[in-house]
Design a protein around this ligand. Sequence first.
Ligand SMILES: [Zn+2]
Length: 265
Amino acid sequence: MNTFALMRDTWPVGFPAMSAILGSIVGSFLGVVAERVPGMVMEEEGSSNLLFPASHCPVCQHTLAAWENIPLVSWLVLRGRCRSCHTAIPLRIFLIELFSALFFGITAWCMPDVQALFSLWLLAAFLLPLTMIDWRYQLLPDCLTQPLLWAGLLLHAFDHRLPLRDALFGAVAGYLSLWLLYWAFRLTTGREGLGYGDFKLLAALGAWCGWQSLPVLELVAALSGIVGYFTLFNLNKNNLTISFGPYLSFAGIVVFISQQFAFIF
Ligand SMILES: [Zn+2]
């Protein structure tokens, strides 16, 4: 029995619970990434970065005290409002912390081994802010998609679940497949159906999952995209913006998790 299985068997509740707490802290940071990166990308001069200025209310500039920065708890205690000016703190701040906490807790409980668990957490830590940013701004910043691609290649260079060659071909094929689709769509309809950020994101997921998984990954992304599109269309017909990044991210997570189990059994 490996150390990981031993640890989980010794603390069947404690280990997932600790992971969930870690997840809420990571989620809190990912919320900052999702809030600040679009501004950092779109502004000419970088007036803010991930560490500066300290967390503050964007309306009244009130700097948050340490106790107002506790993941999940602070939002609930403050009832989703700034302590100083009572402006609503967006629900998405709370939801990303909650989602991360649940995701870390559940995966800590069910993933087959510690390498699979930590690499999945790393993947999710990129995909979660990418999803939030693409959803709101139709933007997949290079400063997130590119490190994600390198991380995928490095993962397979050190942990030999996939031959490095499969990861490399995955990155190239991922990019090219959407690039070809983009031009086929553009030449036949004269419109742009995808953005370059989508190609880079699929290149990154190809590096993580290998070229063999791309057809399944794209199928899952397309099907969930269709379901998502019609759901949103029924909810809000007037203000419908389409981003593909969230569906690619969802498909990437699904495929990566299923691969971890296939490699074990
Ligand atoms: Zn305020």
